[in-house]
Ligand binder design. Structure first.
Ligand code: AHM
Ligand code: MG
Length: 333
């Protein structure tokens, strides 16, 4: 019989001493993802499609589901006594948990409750991304500085993808495993053990409408891919762009590829498009654990010293040899 998420984590605990509190945090996240899957699935019936008047801290217009899923995620962790505080794409500041339970928690949680939400009203895959960090010892009232830990220190990371099925993909630093929500039993079941990214690929994902703003090394890489068999790469490439990072990385974990949201002249002041703490870091942890690579073009993402909860970074991740090619073009330039 296939293993449920809890059975899998319990075995991991026996093999590698995974902390009980961490297993419970992951279980709480999995429950939140089930509830979010239902909220996304039923939005047309519950009147939760469409936009709100409000903007989030990043100046992005919020969708009703951005706010609903944020509340679901926070609610799943608030009173458990397992996390000391949280940081979300949708909230300006850190989210402390009630003082009654704050002193008991060992972990910090960063998350994007609904990644790719521009796709949600058109029935294209969206997702939830999360990253678990150790809380500094003795902290009971969290501040943003507690979260300023490099991605290499993450103790767990994962995403849920709400697509043709709901899946949870997870790493605790010991490879990557994928679980599919079996709606008959209401549980995530291990269906994709030991997910690995092939080192080579013929598929790239980038928003090509930004081409005129790209830096020279990225332009060079894509030009060479587009030149196909007759060009310097000597093979034809395929292109995909879903505009949901979760869907994009999920495809790459299943069949290889390279995903890029690079720095460009339009984004220069912001530092990039995607956020380090709850998009780039957790996805980089997963991609590296699956044998892939992840870089800004100039440095390994997991080595960046964060300087803000909503800090943005350029992202180039996926099949190792292709990422290394793009990095080498940055060095050449
Ligand atoms: P979001 O968290 O507000 O949804 O933004 C992140 C998303 C990523 O999932 C995706 O890769 C990117 O934004 C798409 O950007 P664009 O619309 O510029 O193609
Ligand atoms: Mg996002």
């Amino acid at each position: 019989m296939a293993k449920t998420l809890l059975q899998f984590l319990t075995e991991e605990q026996r093999k590698s001493g995974l902390d009980n509190g961490l297993i419970q945090v992951i279980g709480d996240v999995a429950n939140a993802c089930k509830t979010i899957a239902s909220a996304v699935n039923r939005a047309a019936f519950t009147g939760s499609s469409g936009y709100l008047e409000s903007e989030n801290v990043q100046g992005e217009t919020q969708k009703k589901l951005d706010v609903i899923t944020d509340e679901i995620f926070i609610g799943s962790q608030n009173w458990t006594g397992r996390v000391v505080g949280m940081a979300s794409e949708e909230m300006d500041d850190v989210i402390p948990v009630p003082q009654d339970v704050a002193g008991k928690g060992k972990y910090l949680l960063c998350f994007d409750p609904l990644d790719g939400s521009s796709n949600v009203d058109v029935n294209i895959s969206v997702g939830t991304i999360f990253s678990v960090l150790n809380a500094p010892a003795g902290v009971t009232t969290v501040s943003a500085s507690d979260f300023m830990q490099k991605g290499v220190t993450q103790v767990a990371a994962g995403y849920a993808v709400y697509g043709s099925s709901t899946m949870l993909v997870l790493t605790t630093g010991n490879g990557v495993n994928g679980f599919t929500l079996d709606t008959n039993i209401g549980d995530f079941v291990l269906t994709h053990p030991n997910m690995t990214i092939p080192a080579d690929t013929k598929e790239f994902a980038i928003n090509a409408s930004n081409m005129r703003f790209w830096e020279a090394p990225v332009k060079r890489y894509i030009d060479e891919c587009l030149a196909g068999k007759e060009g310097p790469r000597g093979r034809d490439f395929n292109m995909r762009w879903v505009a949901s990072m979760v869907a994009e990385i999920h495809r790459i974990l299943n069949r290889g590829g390279i995903f890029m949201y690079p720095l460009d002249s339009k984004l220069k002041d912001k530092g990039g498009k995607l956020r380090l703490m709850y998009e780039a870091n957790p996805m980089s942890f997963i991609v590296e654990q699956a044998g892939g690579a992840s870089s800004t073009g100039r440095e390994r993402i997991l080595e960046i010293q964060p300087n803000g909860l909503h800090q943005r970074v350029p992202v180039i991740m996926g099949s190792k040899n292709e990422v290394e090619t793009v990095v080498s073009y940055h060095k050449d330039a």
